[in-house]
Design a protein around this ligand. Structure first.
Ligand code: NAD
Length: 503
């Protein structure tokens, strides 16, 4: 949580603005941070540009060595970082550890694989240009602006930061105003490993600071957050034709087939929907279940969901809603579902308190209600019965979002997964793709575009550079005014032999 304070300063001095980061469970101030102004953002980007040249000069091996040492430092201090995550988001310490562990694994992968994915590769030059040696290499863009959310304040922005750094870029990072302390921890620890130049800088503040980063002349802006803010980011970046990567929200579906392992599917539905108090971009929000197993699946979900409680004591499995404004959205979605004929089989209207939301499972909810169509971002699930898996796929795909999905099926997992319109799908598991560093991560539709993680995530922060080097004089001089009619006739003959055959 945050509160803004404009600290009064002496007469004649400009007002220096700061904001507080609050513990969402207690409203205690956990830190006070500057609101970085547009001028300061520009200065940070200018410093980053110089640092980028130095960082690029280290080469893949030099960068991998630094990133590997950083990974080691994060690992050794992970309990301390988890404490900062816990204080600013309210999520249980063990959940904070999981996102840190995943970020560490991604760092190791990006450091190890950057050269293989981005380094110079030979390409075939083809028969016509057989005298040329063709290569492509992926060069860093320069300075990457990263704007992050609060829900996974380590794992999510690190998906951009690590891959951008491994590719040879400098990074200017604006964390969410709810989690500036986590951002500071990351930037400070990196600076201990890379003290020479400001390769990874932090700026803090609200939307205005983020907008200033969009307009600062960065070479690419990597945004993770809501689709609404994504639109504003694109508009601001359009002014300078700055390319953008958008990782936005979702309304992910889980499909349960007639032959699914129902215990595993129920456990996954509840964990996927309710862990981190439902504040997960790739969390499960909708479940479509084959009618032949609907009743028994629902009974199992109710059992598991009843064992989950939101609170701040050590036994509570989920914490508070980090952003107070979200409580209104969750309350509205539940109320709308109930008003339109839905039933709460766990939780319900009373589940939404002042800070905490208790698990809520809704059934018989019309498909056009807000609880089915909009991102709820709370510990809620809608569960619907379907005739067959074709209907499940059609309903799952009937959304403006398309981030991730999950399928529980013994026989048809791969087939159903491929038919789902989403960037990622887990089969007989949930969210598993996010923990596999070699897999790309990103959405379609209002869930965004571009990819972090994996080879695609490394390439996202580079430009392909093609080089054709002449090895010997061509047998036929095509690119010269000295070209003769004889050469033209030879070319015509050759191309007819190569491509003119009727098929
Ligand atoms: P948000 O859109 O409110 O804020 C995200 C960031 O954008 C913050 O740092 C904020 O300060 C900044 N911002 C706000 N207005 C801005 C502006 N006009 N210009 C530039 N920057 C601006 O999102 P949030 O509430 O922090 O995060 C929750 C959302 O993020 C959910 O929709 C969730 O699904 C999504 N999310 C997506 C992914 C993914 O990988 N696809 C991962 C995590 C979260």
């Amino acid at each position: 949580m945050t509160s803004v304070q404009t600290k009064p300063t002496g007469a004649g001095e400009a007002a220096a603005s700061t904001f507080d980061s609050l513990d969402p469970a207690t409203d205690e101030v956990v830190g006070t941070y500057p609101i970085t102004t547009a001028g300061e953002v520009d200065a940070a980007v200018a410093r980053a540009r110089e640092a980028a040249a130095w960082w690029q000069g280290l080469g893949f091996a030099g960068r991998a060595e630094r990133l590997t040492r950083w990974k080691g430092m994060i690992t050794r201090r992970s309990a301390q970082l988890a404490e900062v995550v816990h204080a600013e988001t309210g999520k249980p310490h063990s959940d904070a550890m999981i996102e840190i562990v995943l970020a560490i694994d991604h760092t190791a992968w990006a450091a190890k694989n950057a050269r293989k994915v981005l380094g110079r590769q030979k390409r075939s030059s083809g028969l016509l240009m057989a005298n040329q040696a063709a290569t492509v290499e992926y060069q860093p863009l320069g300075v990457i602006g990263v704007i992050g959310p609060w829900n996974y304040p380590v794992f999510t922005p690190m998906g951009s930061i690590i891959y951008a750094l491994a590719a040879g870029n400098a990074v200017v990072f604006k964390p969410s105003e709810y989690t500036p302390g986590v951002g500071k921890w990351l930037a400070d620890s990196f600076a201990e490993i890379v003290p020479e130049h400001p390769v990874f800088q932090l700026i803090t503040g609200f939307g205005e600071t983020g907008a200033a980063l969009c307009r600062s002349g960065v070479d690419k802006l990597a945004f993770t957050g809501s689709p609404g803010t994504g639109r504003k980011i694109m508009a601001a970046c359009a002014e300078t034709l700055t390319p953008v990567l958008i990782e936005a929200g979702g309304k992910d579906a889980l499909l349960v087939d007639s032959d699914a392992d129902l215990d595993a599917a129920a456990d996954a539905a509840v964990w996927g929907g309710m862990s981190n108090a439902g504040q997960t971009c790739v969390g499960v929000e909708r479940v479509y279940v084959h009618e032949s197993v609907y009743d028994s699946f629902l009974a199992k979900v109710v059992d598991v969901a009843k064992s989950v409680r939101a609170g701040s004591d050590p036994e509570a499995k989920i914490g508070p809603i980090t952003m107070p404004g979200q409580l209104k959205v969750i309350r509205r979605h539940i109320a709308d579902a109930l008003a339109r004929g839905g039933r709460a089989v766990v939780g319900g209207a009373d589940a939404v308190g002042d800070r905490y939301v208790q698990p809520t499972v809704l059934v018989d909810v019309p498909e056009d209600s807000e609880a089915v169509r909009e991102e709820t971002f709370g510990p809620t699930l809608t569960i619907a019965k379907v005739r067959d898996m074709d209907e499940a796929v059609a309903k799952a795909n009937d959304t403006k979002y398309g981030l991730a999905a999950a399928v529980y099926s013994r026989r048809r997992g791969m087939e159903l997964a491929r038919r789902l319109r989403s960037g990622m799908t887990a089969v007989n598991a949930v969210i598993s793709f996010a923990a596999i560093p070699s897999l790309p991560f990103g959405g379609v539709g209002e869930s965004g575009f571009g990819r972090i993680h994996g080879p695609e995530g490394l390439k996202e922060f580079t430009r392909p550079k093609a080089i054709a080097r002449q090895r010997f004089k061509p047998l036929m001089a095509l690119t010269s005014f000295s070209r003769t009619a004889k050469t033209d006739a030879q070319v015509a003959k050759l191309i007819t032999i190569l491509h003119g055959k009727r098929v």
